[in-house]
Ligand binder design. Sequence first.
Ligand code: MG
Length: 346
Amino acid sequence: MELRTHPLDLRLASAFRISRGVQHVARTLAVELSLAGETGIGEAAPSAFYGETRETVLAALPRLVESMGDDPAHIEDAHAAFDGALHHGNAAAKAALDMALYDMMGKRLGVPVYRLLGLNHERTPFTSFTIAIAEPTEMARRAAEAREYPILKVKLGTEADLDIVRAIRDATDATLRVDANAAWTPKQAIRIIAQLEPYGVEFVEQPVAANDLDGLRLVRENSALPIIADESCVTLADIPRVVGRADGINIKLMKCGGIHNALAMIHAARAHHLKVMLGCMIESSLAITAAAQISPLVDYADLDGGLLITNDPYDGVRVERGKLTLPERVGLGVLPREDVNAEVEN
Ligand code: MG
């Protein structure tokens, strides 16, 4: 198979600050796999937190492509080959190729990926829209401005967490979900979550450090709000470890290596009676649409990456008042937008 890559610099509409840092541009990589006139596309949105950068993805891709066969329909074989070639990590690189293979498969068979997977596109959930960390008044202003979205995800893990939620609640009637991105100690988490209860918060994502599984259990046992594990649950192998310690998990294609692995995680989570959320990094509508293909299977979606950037170079899943609407085109159904170019000039 022939591989081509295009680095993308996705510009954020406003600084994307979470508890551990701030981002103004997301450096992702679009990939194209071609075979016998058929092309599949995918995107890697590497995260330094999980040990990847655009450079590691660029280094990993040729090795991964070399390892796999040339039938896009042999997705199980492709993933076994990926994990054989690069056992640890490189999930965003694997995810980009996984998406491209599903795209090719769908195009070859003349069906959208969700149909290939037997999913009902009418069952797509509503996505939340993220309010990144800023001054409480600024976050409340952004929440009011985001009035078209019925669900807001509020980033916390600051000195002013309660002020933030109070200010946002005064500005909007939207359902609120909060995400501390591992910022709290278990003791802090228990106290803050108890204070959040009157503000109509639906659940709390990743209250404590990723590897503090005992802390996660302590928080869950002492909190009335459901707890969703994100940083603590990266791949399939993490699921048994969070059972009894969280009420649900946040699956991201960039953490687990793509659609194929995400499906395995969804089924494993169900077997353990865990709620399932489908999340994202800052990504264009290419990777977001790939994730949205399997969104009919999940309880909660946080697929707003494309909504947070000003130069989304792809047209794919539509978001209207938060509802995800999948394109009825073959494969991933993603098309380049002629009027936007996010490609990095070298
Ligand atoms: Mg999160």
